[in-house]
Design a protein around this ligand. Structure first.
Ligand SMILES: Cc1cc2nc3c(=O)[nH]c(=O)nc-3n(C[C@H](O)[C@H](O)[C@H](O)COP(=O)(O)OP(=O)(O)OC[C@H]3O[C@@H](n4cnc5c(N)ncnc54)[C@H](O)[C@@H]3O)c2cc1C
Length: 420
């Protein structure tokens, strides 16, 4: 018989102390040491994983490590450029994960991972060991030849000082100035993101810098997503402001003359929002796991997000190479599939053989109106890839103020699911 107010371990200890059990049984007994998981990166993927491992697992020790004490959301961060949001309104603390779910949170930089020994070395000098390691460090950017000060031509694709710097540059530019924005080759973080930012900036320029132009240089041959809405917005709604050049890749940058050399010639701007090509977080590459998509991202099994080269190490979120978009909503979904698979693995079980994920995305077409895009993916056992479910994938026809309001509701719900 156990005591209703004591947990199993406390009851065993009490029973041993009362002589009901030999002490050795209570100390070592049938209780196994807690399973330990270390999560690298407390962004959209890492926090969701930490929370759901604690919710779904039994006695799993979860340690979440992020270099920052607070997370700054990239989602909604283009609205900082137009002054509709502040960067602090996008910051999320780890307090609830610690206090409500019992996640151990460390503010530290992960310098090295030994994937075989499951050992993690931190900048503080600490060395941690676990049964499984999950990497969720987001993305990093390719260096741009000639660009020595990244803030001279900010990407604002990792929200923070990059974003606030770009905002200041936009405010300071002449009313008849030129803004240049570059879109990298796929795969990159948030496929609709650059197009929605271009639409938002075009609307802001119309209201605040009336003779200004926005030159969009796309390294891809066409809009990579939501083509109907974005082409309608680029060529009609914002046609007087936006000039769109496709298959135009940035080769080098010169901040002194505010000039870019591109595959279709030189361009100059008063403000240049240069979004470079992307790859996994450096810690993933340094661990030898960047083995997919031309060595840019980490190959994983989408049944459990375990590395295809290093068993017991999982990669979720933007650093992994999957057929799903690199998006915060998908990072949240991947984290849940991974949490479920890890809980099952600790119980000696196989992962769910048929995972399903979904993603919703709202795109700002003006400062008050948005379109939407949604997708459901399911596991295909033949290709072993997540494939879109045809009748559950699509986009809005046009845009509206109601969609803009729903975007705020969706954002609050997503962030609460990951951080609260
Ligand atoms: C402008 C913009 C708009 C977007 N809009 C949307 C949207 O509307 N919908 C949507 O679904 N997605 C959107 N996204 C994409 C979304 O932000 C990303 O897909 C998502 O953040 C990926 O989550 P992640 O956990 O992989 O990476 P992140 O959220 O970037 O988290 C990675 C974390 O790892 C930490 N880290 C990295 N390396 C280390 C290390 N070595 N040691 C310690 N900590 C480390 C970082 O500090 C960071 O906190 C947008 C992105 C941008 C840029």
């Amino acid at each position: 018989m156990s005591h209703p107010t004591l947990n199993r371990r406390q009851w065993l200890m009490a029973a041993a102390a009362a002589g009901l059990l030999p002490l050795s049984y209570a100390q070592t007994g049938p209780l196994k040491a807690n399973a330990r998981v270390i999560i690298i990166g407390g962004g959209m993927a890492g926090t969701t994983l930490a929370k759901y491992l604690r919710l779904w697992g039994t006695n799993i020790d979860v340690t979440l490590i992020d270099r920052n004490a607070k997370y700054t959301s990239n989602i909604m961060s283009s609205l900082v450029l137009t002054g509709q949001r502040t960067i602090t309104s996008l910051q999320y603390a780890y307090t609830t994960l610690k206090q409500k779910y019992g996640v151990k949170v460390l503010t530290d930089e992960v310098l090295a991972v030994d994937p075989a020994a499951k050992k993690v070395t931190l900048a503080s000098g600490k060395v941690l060991v676990a049964d499984r390691i999950v990497m969720a460090p987001g993305i990093s950017f390719d260096p741009v030849p000639g660009l020595t000060d990244p803030l001279a031509m900010p990407h604002a694709w990792q929200a923070g000082v990059q974003t606030t710097t770009l905002r200041k540059q936009l405010l300071a530019m002449p009313a008849n100035g030129t803004v240049v924005m570059s879109i990298p080759k796929v795969p990159y973080r948030c496929p609709p993101g650059p197009y929605e930012r271009a639409c938002l900036l075009a609307d802001w320029l119309k209201k605040n810098k009336r003779q200004a132009k926005l030159l969009v240089l796309d390294a891809n041959p066409d809009f990579v997503t939501e083509k109907d809405n974005f082409s309608n917005a680029f060529f009609n709604l914002h046609g007087s402001v936006i000039e769109y050049r496709t298959s135009t890749e940035v080769l080098s940058a010169d901040a002194a003359t505010m000039t870019l050399q591109t595959t279709t010639g030189a361009v100059a701007g008063h403000v240049i929002n240069l979004i470079p090509r992307q790859r996994c977080g450096p810690i993933v590459a340094a661990t030898g796991l960047a083995n997919a998509t031309e060595g840019r991202f980490a190959g994983v099994s989408v049944l459990n997000y375990e590395s295809t080269v290093s068993p017991g190490v999982h990669i979720i979120g933007d650093s992994s190479a999957t057929t799903q978009p690199k998006a915060g909503h998908i990072a949240n979904q991947e984290a849940k599939v991974c949490a479920d698979a890890i809980v099952r693995a600790f119980a000696g079980e196989q992962p769910d053989p048929a995972p399903v994920t979904n993603s919703a995305c709202f795109s700002t077409i003006t400062m008050t109106q948005a379109s939407w895009l949604e997708a459901v993916f399911q596991y295909d056992p033949v290709t072993r890839l997540m494939t879109p479910v045809a009748n559950a994938t699509g986009a809005s026809i046009g845009w509206s103020g109601d969609n803009f309001d729903q975007m705020n509701t969706w954002f609050k719900a997503l962030m609460a699911d990951s951080f609260a």
